[in-house]
Design a protein around this ligand. Structure first.
Ligand code: SF4
Ligand code: SF4
Length: 493
């Protein structure tokens, strides 16, 4: 059965502290025995029972008090933090939400059904982007999936989802990189045949996205994802180039202009050391073009190319937050929002933990759990990031059932990786707002899954920035319109 989850965390500073109770760890005068042995009913930070971390968020007036296990938090005036921590209001407020928050977190971490696939219909790509997560040799000279095999694969995937998802559910299938439009005929035939069942999307570099292709994809209601890495050709073309070395910025902007207003449009910027400083100008550029949603994803270091392009974490935090500040100013100036989806997802994780839309900032992450990836040879991996790491291939779609593939050790070592098992994440106050991503990147850099995020400093800084956004009353401006109404509709499958 589909379940609904809609818990709101504490989006506003907590009410004033109670000054009539103390939290000494010992028996209070007049306290009943139950108070003493059930600290969560009356006390926190009593040595056992609920514990709150004090998080310095870098705000002049507030600090955050966090119960990291349940992802409960309140913002407390700095000067009153100790009164909150030792007073009676905090346990009361915590207790009201504890069970629901814990249950929502449990659901989003462990109980979601697999409902999406990233599908590579070809190994080939007509671009040679510096950070691609797929090996270069495969992109240059690899194979396409045979068109009849592609149909067979879609039939097999449908069979899997029909047997696992509630009736009426429509799983998502995104044709993904390398460049799916190099196998356009087979891909479009698949969309025609299975368009009533799957919610299709195509992530393309736009080189082959002509009028006809745009018309077809719009007619079939497909999502269209495009990548733009900078506000000018000079910046964007540093990372996104043809094999001959020419940039594709002009062409991508042309495609963008044709797609503005299309509800299925999704823009991704991969943030690297080459474009990090231009993020504030990039959001201005997007806003001027009429873009309403974009992802600014820090590059993953899963492959060497990406690793060499990772931005310095201090630079990343500085310019990423500046870009977010700029979206807020642009909204104030024009009344038009540009939502940065990956940050909005973190805000959702704070105010409504069960309502996340993306699955990199929770642990276990969504790889192999909420979705998986299929390579052009039929190889199946927990996420596209793992396709270039053969040791994480569960097997082949054409040889095994999907149910068996997702239960292989290649998958379960990813789907059971949890922040509670990692040093220092298990003590981190923001562990359930970060998730220690990305396991593929962690593995590629450390040779094991059991290590914190290579971008740990950035993720910790991002969580602190998110609390500042809330303390300053900017939450609504940085989230999608109607995000609260949307909570009622969030369906966990
Ligand atoms: S990677 Fe860093 S910020 Fe994320 S949970 Fe671990 S310690 Fe916390
Ligand atoms: S954290 Fe990495 S492996 Fe997990 S879903 Fe995100 S990109 Fe994929």
């Amino acid at each position: 059965m589909a379940k609904k989850t809609s818990t709101l965390n504490s989006p506003a500073p907590a009410p004033g502290p109670s000054l009539h109770s103390v939290n000494s760890g010992g028996k209070r005068a007049g306290a009943k025995a139950a108070d003493v042995y059930s600290p969560s009913a009356s006390q926190v930070n009593a040595g056992y029972g609920p514990h709150f971390d004090v998080l310095e968020i870098g705000h002049p007036d507030y600090v955050a008090l966090i119960n990291a296990d349940t992802a409960f938090w309140v913002l407390s005036p700095r000067a009153e933090a100790l009164d909150y921590l030792l007073g009676g209001e905090l346990p009361k407020s915590y207790l009201e939400k504890e069970a629901k928050l814990a249950a929502d977190l449990e659901t989003v971490r462990f109980k979601l059904l697999t409902s999406a696939v990233y599908f590579n219909p070809t190994e080939r790509c007509n671009l040679d982007c510096g950070y691609c997560y797929l090996p270069r040799e495969a992109r240059r000279g690899g194979h396409d999936m045979d068109p009849s095999r592609l149909m067979e694969a879609l039939a097999k995937l449908k069979e899997f989802f029909v047997s696992t998802l509630p009736e009426g559910a429509r799983p998502q299938l995104v044709f993904h990189g390398s460049e799916p439009l190099l196998a356009k005929d087979a891909v479009f035939r698949g969309i025609e045949k299975y368009g009533d069942y799957f919610r299709f999307g195509v992530q393309t570099n736009t080189v082959l996205l002509d009028q006809e292709a745009i018309g077809f994809l719009k007619e079939h209601g497909c999502g269209i994802g495009i990548s733009i890495d900078g506000p000018t050709a000079e910046i964007a073309d540093r990372t996104r180039r043809t094999w001959g070395g020419s940039g594709v910025f002009a062409q991508t902007v042309k495609a963008l202009e044709q797609l503005i207003g299309y509800p299925g449009l999704n823009i991704i910027t991969t943030v690297t050391k080459e474009n990090v400083r231009s993020l504030p100008e990039l959001v201005e550029f997007f806003h001027a073009k009429g873009v309403t949603n974009a992802l600014l994803n820090p590059v993953r270091g899963t492959q060497l190319g990406g690793r060499n392009l990772m931005a310095d974490q201090g630079d990343l935090a500085h310019y990423f937050f500046k870009a977010l500040d700029r979206t807020y100013e642009l909204f104030a100036e024009t009344g038009r929002k540009l939502v940065i989806g990956n940050f909005a997802n973190l805000l959702l994780g704070l105010v409504a933990p069960g309502a996340r839309r993306l699955m990199c900032d929770i642990s276990p992450c969504g790889g192999g759990r909420c979705f998986f990836a299929v390579g052009a040879g039929g190889e199946v991996a927990p996420c596209s990031e793992f396709l270039g790491l053969p040791e994480f291939h569960g097997g082949n779609l054409f040889e095994s059932s999907v149910k068996d593939l997702v239960a292989t050790p290649a998958f379960t070592q990813v789907t059971t990786r949890m922040v509670e098992q990692l040093e220092p994440c298990k003590r981190c106050a923001v562990r359930h707002f970060c998730g220690a991503p990305c396991p593929a990147e962690v593995y590629a850099i450390n040779g094991k899954l059991g290590a914190p995020a290579p971008m740990c400093d950035f993720y910790a800084a991002q969580a602190r920035y998110a609390f500042r956004v809330i303390a300053d009353g900017r939450l609504d401006a940085l989230l999608w319109d109607g995000w609260k109404d949307g909570l009622e509709e969030i369906v966990v499958m």
